[in-house]
Design a protein around this ligand. Structure first.
Ligand code: PMP
Length: 508
């Protein structure tokens, strides 16, 4: 099979492969029933990863153009009766062809890398260090059921009506009071309830960003935020991160050069590195925001998940000049399926976000807000946090034990004081895509580090989530992963040595 790929470097390779195959099916070069090359062979022929071919084939199977038979291979499917008429009667439905209809933004590399992350993180029957999911086994089902019953029994029809777009008044009041404990002073009308933090980020992006505006982010950063800002047309500029979070000392230079509209940070247990922005850098960042009049979007998905070390005040707690748009949720610290988050900001901001929210989905389900409000006011949420913190701490310790024991020399990692993941840097000769393809066959997956960078990043980093794996799975999974990394390390070292032997000439 001779595939000619479109030369558009911005389009993901798997989509270009898919398009080339579609083209050959359309022109009849690939007739129905024809067997496609094995993914490994085509990958070798095109010089790409096998996973890329698998993604292209999977999409074509989903589109009905290919059929895959376990053990036999992948074949061109029988054609749909495209507009074929027999005695004036249609021979059957004409299958929609979606190719070429999607907006450029929906075909962007941001979407494909998110799909990539999503595909890995939702795999079943594997030991998954991917995703950043809390453990389903910790969910307080009985207690939450009681709160749902309370909401239905006591509040009745109110929780089945539309409810205000800003969210349930009593829940916003509860949150305003609760945030006081972390030093954040505001009133209920400075809060908007959202469907998880992701919706808050999306609303913020669409409220502030016009195409071409610049947003400063940590590099690496949370891909969901990259996606929200990029889809609104933003250009992202990454500022490096170390164990104390964003390196704010370079920020003023970047601001002078790029004139950003917003700065987005995850100061507590940064996704993906697990780092916390130090107290000094928090103050520095706020001072810069004040000086240049640039709002900060503070994504605080995780400060409730601190299991050791001193509490650090959120940026919002020190935000006397109302520069911070604070975003938080119950997704990692309680149950992500509730889809409940919120945004706290100055009133003019909340007003605009609310208008967009109304247009987007009218409101966050009142029944869930009411049940969660009841759950929180009975202090069940705080009780839940007490239960889960030691669990995640024990898992972090287990991950570090295994990293020390099983991984190749030269591997380094972060040691987060909370949250659900840590960041690993392997020796430079190891490409984590190769590593992932290798261990995936053995039932282990993780998130490759380069997917979190806004500029391509390096190939030898990875994020390990310990939220949704037991200690036993950590031991088994990281033994497999460590062994595979060691093998790649010594194989690549051999290759380097071979190259050295064959390509060098004596200097004398
Ligand atoms: N921000 C960060 C840093 C996250 O890690 C996530 C979830 N992965 C979100 C926001 C989105 O959270 P939610 O599920 O509440 O939409």
């Amino acid at each position: 099979m001779n595939l000619v790929l479109e030369a558009d470097a911005k389009k993901p390779v798997y989509l270009r492969i898919k398009q080339a195959i579609v083209q050959q099916i359309k022109t009849g070069e690939m007739p129905s029933g024809m067997r496609l090359p094995a993914t490994r062979d085509l990958a070798r022929q095109l010089g790409v990863n096998r996973g890329t071919i698998t993604m292209a084939y999977d999409e074509l199977v989903a589109d009905g153009l290919l059929e895959s038979h376990v053990g036999r291979g992948t074949f061109v499917a029988e054609p749909y009766p495209h507009g074929h008429h027999d005695n004036g009667r249609s021979a059957g439905p004409v299958k929609m062809s979606w190719d070429g209809l999607f907006a450029d933004s929906a075909e962007s590399h941001v979407i494909s890398s998110l799909l990539d992350l999503y595909q890995v993180s939702t795999l079943r029957d594997v030991i998954s260090f991917s995703g950043s999911f809390p453990d389903n086994a910790t969910f307080p089902l009985q207690e939450f059921r009681n709160s749902l019953h309370y909401a239905v029994r006591t509040l009745g029809a109110e929780v089945f009506a539309y409810g205000p777009a800003t969210g349930l008044e009593k829940f916003r009041q509860y949150l305003a009071t609760d945030m006081l404990e972390s030093g954040i002073r505001l009133t209920a009308d400075e809060i908007l309830m959202t469907n998880g933090s992701q919706q808050a980020l999306d609303l913020i992006a669409r409220t502030f960003i016009s195409p071409g505006d610049t947003v400063i982010v940590e590099n690496p950063t949370y891909p969901g935020a990259v996606n929200a800002f990029s889809l609104a047309g933003a250009r992202l500029v990454g500022v490096p991160v170390d164990t104390n979070g964003m390196r704010t000392e370079t920020l003023e230079q970047v601001i002078a050069l790029k004139r950003p509209k917003l700065m987005y940070v995850v100061p507590s247990f940064h996704n993906p590195t697990g780092a916390c922005l130090s107290r000094e850098r928090r103050e520095h960042l706020l001072a810069i925001a004040q000086e240049y009049g640039i709002p900060i979007v503070e994504d605080d998905y995780g400060s409730d998940l601190r299991f050791e070390g001193a509490h650090l005040p959120p940026l919002k707690a020190r935000d006397t000049g109302e520069h911070v748009i604070y975003v938080s949720n119950f997704s990692k610290s309680l149950m992500p399926g509730l889809r409940i988050g919120w945004c706290a900001a100055a009133r003019p901001v909340i007003a605009r976000l609310t208008a967009l929210k109304q247009n987007c989905d009218i409101t966050t389900p009142p029944i869930l807000q009411a049940a969660l409000w009841d759950f929180c006011r009975r202090r069940k949420y705080h009780g839940h946090l007490e239960k889960i913190r030691p669990i995640y701490r024990e898992r972090r310790d287990a991950v570090i034990r295994l990293l020390e024991r099983e991984f190749p020399r030269g591997t380094t990692w972060t040691k987060p004081e909370g949250g659900l993941f840590l960041w690993v840097t392997l020796p430079e000769t190891i490409d984590t895509t190769e590593l992932l393809l290798n261990v995936r066959q053995k039932g282990v997956v993780f998130s490759r580090g380069h997917l979190f960078y806004v500029d391509g990043g390096v190939r030898n980093t990875l994020r390990l989530s310990y939220g949704n794996v037991t200690i036993k799975q950590i031991e088994t999974g990281l033994t497999i992963l460590g062994r595979a990394a060691r093998e790649l390390f010594s194989r690549n070292a051999d290759r380097t040595a071979d190259k050295f032997l064959t390509h060098t000439v004596p200097l004398v």
